[in-house]
Design a protein around this ligand. Structure first.
Ligand SMILES: [Fe+2]
Length: 281
């Protein structure tokens, strides 16, 4: 397990996608990512550890394509336990019918980008040694070429059967309408800014992780949220450390006029860009 994705931090734990073609999506997530269906009903729950869902899929009523220039998912990022696992995955996916976007060495991580069968952005990555992430207190994130040859030869002969069970949802990266407004929301949830690309993108974390949440204005400023029945991100879940912490967040959200909707599974809220967040303990 990643120490940046466990108690006492708050961190993204899973996400739900609204899909057009449930059968094709389940096939993609089981065959390409190697997740396992642990519950199949109206919602399909897909898991790495056979206990906790990582991805939840559902076909909404009358689904429509996500309109361009709206907020929502830029990508979600799956963190693998090791560099070897990343090499195995790249070897596995290269011959599949998958839309590959590219790869990068970010200094803090090595990352490979692709899309699912309905165009949702996915990053799959492995962290580098954390002792090199911050230099003089500043996060050092870069975009250098990914060492495909090194990764693929490291994993040569290894087969990707299933996603490793200690895989986690490493971070979420969202399209927003306004950086400052959304910064206030994520700061209220207890995240701290680790990196700012002025007028472009902000990165936030807890416990000095490089980032648990990123958001950008690359889809445009002042853009609306997509309609409720548009495919794409429905919500993502943030796991909060304790009952007290959750009720403290509930009070703070209410006091600041953010949406608070209590449901059996937890508290639903929305960031100012309309990205839905489920808070659970
Ligand atoms: Fe990312």
């Amino acid at each position: 397990m990643s120490k940046y994705h466990e108690y006492p931090l708050s961190y993204p734990a899973n996400l739900k996608l609204k899909v057009m073609d449930l059968d094709r999506s389940v096939k993609f997530y089981t065959e390409v990512l190697g997740l396992t269906v642990i519950e199949a009903g109206k919602e399909y729950l897909l898991s790495a550890d056979l206990k906790n869902p990582l991805i939840i899929l559902e076909r909404p009523i009358n689904p429509i394509a996500k309109p361009p220039h709206t907020t929502g998912l830029y990508h979600y990022a799956i963190k693998l336990p090791s560099r070897l696992d990343l090499g195995k995955f790249i070897n596995h996916v290269k011959d599949k019918d998958v839309e590959i976007v590219g790869g990068a060495n970010h200094g803090v991580s090595e990352a490979f980008y692709f899309e699912d069968n309905e165009g949702n952005g996915i990053e799959i990555y492995a962290d580098t040694d954390e002792k090199n992430w911050f230099v003089d207190g500043k996060l050092r994130m870069v975009t250098d070429p990914l060492d495909y040859r090194g990764l693929m030869s490291l994993a040569d002969g290894d087969i990707w059967n299933k996603i490793p069970e200690d895989t986690v949802l490493g971070h979420m990266h969202l399209h927003v309408d306004n950086l400052e407004k959304n910064a206030k929301f994520y700061e209220l949830l207890g995240f701290e800014k680790t990196l700012e690309l002025p007028n472009s993108a902000y990165f936030y974390s807890q416990g000095r992780y490089h980032h648990h949440i990123g958001f950008n204005v690359w889809n445009g400023r002042g853009i609306p949220a997509p309609p409720e029945n548009a495919i794409g991100l429905d919500y993502y879940t943030i796991k909060v450390s304790t009952e007290e912490k959750l009720s403290d967040l509930e009070n703070k959200l209410k006091a600041n006029d953010y949406l608070v909707e209590k449901k059996p599974e937890g508290i639903f809220t929305k960031d100012p860009a309309g990205n839905k967040v489920l808070l659970i303990i």
